[in-house]
Design a protein around this ligand. Structure first.
Ligand code: PGA
Length: 248
């Protein structure tokens, strides 16, 4: 994270965890530090979105690819916007694997999010099998290119990317700083072939077992612009130390 034009982001993905008391505990913890040099984004489950005090940016964990209508249980981008969201996580591997979200579905969601003036945090990442098979970069390129095809590369100026190797999510097995940097650099170079200015400016977060104890080393890599934090975002103290590690 040595590029001063890219403001770091630390986003906490609560997944289907947390409760009302955690909102206050987290806000109190974050309020104890000066975090003006980064963007802190909290992505709680939908019902809690309206319960935060406005100190930090809010993100949703998912949204519908449709504008509205007969889609029981779904939530539209415009509704998230109305509820004060600025960000939305899209294409998380748990959505791709557990809810049949193909690259095309993810791409349509990204398009809808942008139309509603939300910033998508677009997640990409490989399984251990894909990494071992040697197809890592082709696989990641395909995930990115599906979105490029839908919205065009210029719209990537409004996106945040998150590299989340599936083998590192919730496993305690973090990618090494060198492994993270290698992929982040690849993603930036891949976009640079289409638009070098956007590639230079886009923020690429690392996600997968980030903790207070390993955040600094990961975030010090040149192409790592912060993190998408799952488990550790539920621990107010650890989340704060991750935020502090992301200061420029
Ligand atoms: P983890 O999750 O930090 O618990 O590994 C990251 C994520 O899935 O966003």
């Amino acid at each position: 994270m040595q590029n001063s034009t890219r403001k770091p982001i630390v986003a906490g993905n609560w997944k289907m965890n947390g409760n009302k008391p955690l909102i206050q505990l987290l806000e109190d913890s974050l309020a104890t530090a000066d975090l003006a040099h980064l963007e802190v984004v909290i992505c709680p489950p939908f019902p809690y979105l309206g319960m935060f005090g406005g100190l930090n940016a809010l993100g949703a964990q998912n949204m519908s690819q449709f504008d509205g209508g007969a889609h029981t249980g779904e939530i539209a981008a415009s509704m998230l916007k109305e509820c004060g969201c600025q960000y939305v996580i899209l294409g998380h591997s748990e959505r791709r694997a557990g809810h049949a979200e193909t690259n095309d579905v993810v791409a349509s969601k990204v398009k809808k999010a942008l139309e509603a003036d939300l910033t998508p945090i677009l997640c990409v990442g490989e399984t251990e099998e894909i990494r071992d098979s040697g197809n890592l970069f082709a696989f990641l390129a395909e995930q990115i290119d599906a979105v490029v095809q839908e919205i065009g590369v210029n719209e990537f100026s409004k996106l945040v990317l998150a590299y989340e190797p599936i083998w590192a999510i919730g496993t305690g097995k973090t990618a090494s700083p060198a492994q993270a940097q290698e992929v982040h650099h690849f993603l930036r170079e891949h976009l640079a072939k289409k638009n070098s200015d956007i590639a230079e400016k886009i923020r690429i977060l690392y996600g997968g077992s980030v903790k207070g104890s390993n955040a600094k080393e990961l975030f010090s890599q040149q192409d790592v612009d912060g993190g998408l934090i799952g488990g550790a975002s539920l621990d107010p103290e650890d989340f704060l130390s991750i935020c502090l590690a992301a200061k420029q």
